[in-house]
Design a protein. Structure first.
Length: 122
């Protein structure tokens, strides 16, 4: 199946994503802040990246901008932003940074799978 990076500073959210995605056979790498996520994404290739918006050390938007503008292995990887702050301005800022899509928290398990299936390469 797919190799998926999940970057979120809340352990509960990381655990939810991990449980749901692993149950479908995906390989999941977890990071608890944007800097760890960026470092992981510069070292390994992923099929999909889920990232939180607000995190310590490096926010999700900044992480996506750095990955999209760099020469790392995930420059063109689908990246989905997750946040409870789903204002149109925030969504546009994420899109401008290179986010493939937006997920509003709290995220139901079935929505995680539906979005992953929609953006994962076939």
């Amino acid at each position: 199946m797919a190799s998926i990076l999940v970057v979120d500073d809340q352990a509960l959210v990381r655990n939810l994503f991990e449980r749901v995605l692993k149950a479908e056979g995906h390989q999941v790498t977890l990071c608890e802040n944007g800097q760890q996520g960026y470092d992981a994404a510069m070292q390994s290739s992923f099929d999909l990246i889920f990232t939180d918006h607000n995190m310590p050390f490096l926010g999700g938007i900044e992480m996506i901008e750095m990955l999209r503008s760099g020469e790392g292995p995930n420059r063109n990887t689908p990246m989905l932003m997750a946040s409870s702050d789903a204002t149109p301005e925030r969504k546009q800022k994420a899109k401008d940074a290179g986010a493939t899509g937006w997920i509003t928290k709290p995220v139901p398990a079935e929505k995680i799978l539906k979005l992953a299936e929609a953006v994962l390469p076939k």
